[in-house]
Write a protein that binds this ligand. Structure first.
Ligand code: SAM
Length: 215
């Protein structure tokens, strides 16, 4: 596997097992494939933001990066159905899911099965207005924040600072954009992530923020 997928070797400094990793404030993350039964701690989330893989080839690229070539999938539908099943088990009052154009309509349909109020925002990623994506928002109560045409990172910042919540959940938490922004707002986060090397990057970032706070 190329060094590029070692993410700066954070996994050597913060090695993770398959057990949940708990931070002093009660935030919890775990190396976990969402196809496995949902860990109970994910039900602490009353708000969610998830940026999952966007299509089948993107999904399989993440399995490759996680050294799981034997576990490549042949259906993206199976993946996103399982994602929405996990969301329905967690039952957050509000849920945001990021997606590309190809599956935008599918995500809106599945969000509508769980939430009375559903909308979506035009967004972009990596702060490049030509890298277009969409963020679908489902909620039990009516609220329509104005987030159109903001970069996904700014949307996550806005959500973590302005939504009403105790704990934000992310089923594909990766290197921790959601976790870092929750932490900045003194809020807890819970998350699962397929790739232990990516999750160690999140742990390292939060540990650094914790130690900076103590100084
Ligand atoms: C687009 S990235 C999310 C990036 C994230 N927002 C961040 O701050 O790093 C999608 C993430 O989903 C993870 N992933 C892919 N398949 C998964 C699965 N079956 N279960 C859990 N996580 C998965 C990938 O490893 C990757 O970290």
């Amino acid at each position: 596997m190329s060094d590029k997928w070692n993410y700066g070797d954070a996994y050597k400094r913060y090695p993770l097992t398959n057990e949940p990793y708990e931070f002093p404030d009660g935030s919890i993350v775990k190396v976990h494939d969402i196809f496995n039964p949902l860990p109970d701690f994910m039900k602490k989330a009353d708000l969610m933001f998830v940026d999952p893989p966007w299509n089948l080839s993107n999904l399989n690229t993440f399995y490759t990066k996680a050294d799981k070539i034997d576990e490549h999938k042949d259906s993206f539908e199976a993946f996103y159905k399982r994602l929405f099943e996990c969301i329905s088990e967690i039952k957050p009052h509000t849920c945001y899911v990021e997606i590309g154009k190809e599956h935008l309509a599918d995500f809106i349909v599945d969000m509508r099965k769980q939430y009375k109020y559903v909308t979506f925002y035009n967004s972009s990623y990596y702060h490049d207005k030509y890298k277009i994506c969409y963020i679908v928002r489902g909620s039990k109560n009516f609220r329509k924040p104005r987030l159109d045409y903001m970069d996904e990172e700014h949307i996550i910042e806005w959500i973590c600072a302005n939504e009403d919540y105790e704990c934000i959940g992310d089923l594909c938490i990766g290197r921790g954009l959601v976790a870092v922004n929750a932490y900045k707002n003194n809020k807890r986060f819970v998350g699962t992530e397929l790739n232990h090397k990516r999750l160690s990057v999140l742990v390292e970032k939060i540990k650094k923020m914790e130690s900076e706070q103590k100084e």
